[in-house]
Each structure stands twice: as C-alpha cells, then as structure tokens.
Design a protein. Structure first.
Length: 223
C-alpha cells in the first residue's frame, strides 16, 4: 500500500503541466503527505473546467480496503468505484512516493523515497467522492489508483501508483470519456527502471513529521 507521498513543485508548474484553468486551493512544499490529510487535486468542476481544488486523502469509511489505494483491476467491478470512475476522476500532482526496504543489519525496514528522475512533477490517477457537509459546503475525498510493480523493485515494493503520461492525463480528465474501456490502457504501472528509489529517514512513518529531511537521501547502516 502507498501511504505517503511528497509534492515540492511550484503552483505555477502544476498549473502549466496539468493545464489548470482555475486554482481554488493549491498546496505545495509537502514532504510527507499521509492519509486523512488535505492536498491538491486536479479535477473538473461542474462546468467541466479543469480546476485545482483541495481534497482529503482517503474515502469514507476510512477503514475500507479501497479508501487510500484502489486496485486498478477492480475499479469497474465495484459499483461505488465504477460510479466515481465514470464522472469523478482526478489527477494527483506528485513529486515522489514512499515505500520501505530492508537494509543490512538495520532492525527496521528503511523508508525509501521513490522518484521519476526525468519527471520532477508527475500526475497520479485518482477518483474522488464529494458531498455537502452540515454547513452546506462541498467537501471531497479521493483514493489513489495503484498497480503491481515490475522488475527488481517488485521484490520489496509490490505496488506503485498509476503514473499517467501526457495522453493519459488528457483522457483521465476528459469528461466525455465515461466508459472504462476508454481508460483501461492508461492504468498500467510505469516500468520501475524509469524510477529511482533512495533511502530516507524513518521519521516519515510519523504522519505529523513534515520537513525537507523526509526526502533527503541518507546512507543506511549496512554493517
């Protein structure tokens, strides 16, 4: 499961990359995003205008299996996910995500920050739900779509987020595409040889720890 990610791109870079027409709320300089926290997503508003909005990471109920991560292979087979897949798709701006790997004599698995060196900013496929709270304000929550990882990384990181290429972002945010058949081709895992994983502080396991240290490479204890 993917339970942490980072976002260090500027708002302007996100607007340009994802062709955002309206920014309602934009977050950046997030070094250790955890479930239940609020971040930026790119979505279509009710006028089908591409918008950057805020959303909580984790669908309700929070303990449900698909709350934080949803398996790309089960999206169309579960009615509540299929409903969101048809009209409530979003893209999650991201700079890197976290996994963990055992090194040498270290007692605990070491946190790993996984990036795409050729893409300092990339978009992860997501779907969201929205409703009105008791004050009549619209709120939303999303889940990140994941797929099995490939290559040597799969030994210690079994799943990775679905990272969309340029065509994938356009189709994923195209409100005229409502059938899963038109989206399936974009939901494969990126080849992990295109990624780089490096060790970072295990402080990232603390959801309240937010510091540039979270994405700074360290030397693990091999002894």
């Amino acid at each position: 499961m993917i339970e942490r990610f980072s976002l260090t791109a500027d708002i302007g870079d996100m607007v340009e990359m994802f062709q955002v027409k309206k920014v309602i709320r934009g977050y950046t300089n997030r070094f250790n995003v955890a479930p239940t926290q609020t971040v930026s997503i790119v979505m279509n508003d009710r006028f089908d205008q591409r918008t950057m909005q805020e959303s909580r990471w984790g669908l309700f109920p929070f303990w449900a299996k698909d709350s934080v991560n949803a398996d790309h292979a089960t999206l169309s087979s579960k009615p509540f996910l299929d409903r969101m897949l048809r009209r409530q798709r979003c893209v999650l701006p991201c700079s890197g995500f976290f996994g963990q790997k055992q090194f040498g004599k270290e007692r605990d698995p070491r946190a790993m920050h996984i990036v795409v060196p050729s893409q300092p900013l990339f978009g992860i496929a997501g779907i969201y739900d929205s409703w009105k709270n008791v004050s009549g304000q619209e709120v939303r929550a999303f889940t990140m779509i994941t797929a099995p990882s490939t290559g040597t990384m799969s030994v210690w990181q079994p799943r990775v987020p679905v990272i969309l290429d340029e065509d994938g972002i356009e189709d994923w945010l195209n409100p005229r595409i409502t059938e899963f058949s038109g989206l399936r081709k974009h939901l494969e895992a990126m080849d992990t040889y295109l990624m780089r994983a490096y060790p970072v502080t295990n402080a990232v396991h603390d959801e309240w720890y937010e510091s540039p240290d979270c994405i700074r490479e360290i030397r693990p204890d091999y002894a």
